[in-house]
Write a new protein. Structure first.
Length: 367
């Protein structure tokens, strides 16, 4: 975490269950959907040049990829804020995920998926919400990557590397070139809500299934650097940063409740239990969870990575059971960002119903 010029790093637990190797705070880590913020910055850079219009239909750029009514009515903005009415491709891409998650993950470990195929699967699947309503879908950001490729003539990963990662001065952030993480890292264990027992290491994995929606690797220090520079106006001009921070409700609240999470363009704002609102994103891939949040001016920040995923358990009614890990993560992040003493945030409630769990980027549904 950071507060102005002050910085603190810490780690707990083990990086390898077999050897007992301890976790370190400078390890490289798969950051999942935090990749979306980088992809959105790249698209907004092209908006600033006039090559992309936020409210232009995606069919104007990619008519063969997104044909018909969707191509005419889904805009670039709708892709970036998940109001496109396009479904996620995860279940079609991993068809055994619900019945046998372990087998699905094992079979997909070295399987390469082209972004065009991921889009096709997403377009063919049933959406969770109609166009105009928020419904998180990785498909949106795979399309955004292909849009970048169309207007820049470069692979989107190369464009993001040269114009976002390097522009931000990040030294340990990259799209992996193989199934392996290049630098020192922890093993990453997937439990899939207890259906994979004991939890299995998936730190070696072909990330083509995530692409410009979630394939990147980074460190917690790099993520704090990135969000501080982004929120401080160093990566986008003021007009595009305003667009990025223009949000929609991320869920439908119960009667009389406040919406505690709103999604912009690859960036969300979240109200913590102690009352403050913060900006950032979370990410989750098989075995690795990440959460990076900042005050609006980027002065106070916290980023946390963990190497056990889908530790939650569900009751017979399909509802999540009380979970001390999620409570602890939320309390820890709240304390880090707000400076509130630990005794005042200890035992806070989990994220309000309808929100994703911290660090749990929805790569797959609960059973």
């Amino acid at each position: 975490m950071r507060d102005g010029l002050e910085r603190w790093r810490g780690a707990a637990g083990v990086a390898d269950l077999d050897t007992g190797r301890p976790m370190r705070p400078d390890y490289e880590h798969r950051i999942g959907s935090i990749t979306k913020t980088f992809t959105s910055v790249a698209v907004l850079q092209q908006v600033a040049t006039g090559r992309i219009g936020l409210d232009t239909p995606i069919g104007d750029y990619l008519p063969e990829l997104v044909p018909g009514e969707r191509g005419r009515k889904v805009t670039v903005r709708m892709l970036l804020n998940h109001t496109s009415g396009i479904a996620d491709y995860m279940l079609p891409a991993f068809p055994k995920l619900v019945k046998d998650p372990g087998q699905a993950l094992d079979e997909g470990q070295f399987h390469k998926l082209a972004p065009e195929e991921l889009v096709r699967l997403g377009l063919a699947a049933k959406p969770l919400a109609p166009r105009g309503k928020y419904a998180y879908a990785n498909t949106n950001y795979i399309i955004a990557g292909l849009l970048l490729k169309k207007v820049t003539g470069q692979d989107p990963e190369s464009y993001i590397t040269n114009n976002v990662i390097r522009e931000a001065g990040l030294r340990h952030t990259y799209f992996p070139r193989s199934a392996r993480i290049e630098g020192p890292h922890a093993k990453m264990y997937e439990s899939f809500y207890g259906t994979i027992a004991p939890a299995r290491d998936y730190s070696v994995y072909d990330m083509s299934w995530a692409g410009t929606a979630g394939a990147m690797v980074s460190t917690m220090d790099d993520l704090n650097d990135f969000y501080r520079r982004l929120l401080g106006g160093k990566l986008l001009c003021a007009a595009q940063l305003r667009e990025m921070k223009t949000t929609v409700p991320a869920y439908e609240p119960e009667a009389g409740q406040e919406v505690a999470m709103r999604y912009g363009l690859g960036l969300f704002t979240l109200k913590m239990p102690s009352g403050g609102w913060y900006w950032g994103h979370d990410g989750g891939v098989f075995g690795a969870g990440t959460w990076a949040m900042s005050t609006e001016d980027g002065r106070r920040q916290a980023a946390i990575g963990h190497n056990l995923m889908k530790y939650e358990r569900f009751g017979d009614d399909g509802k999540p059971l009380p979970n001390p890990i999620g409570d602890a993560l939320l309390a820890y992040m709240d304390q880090a960002l707000s400076g509130t003493p630990a005794e005042r945030v200890h035992g806070v409630s989990p994220v309000p119903q309808g929100l994703p769990a911290p660090g749990q980027l929805r790569p797959s549904p609960a059973p």
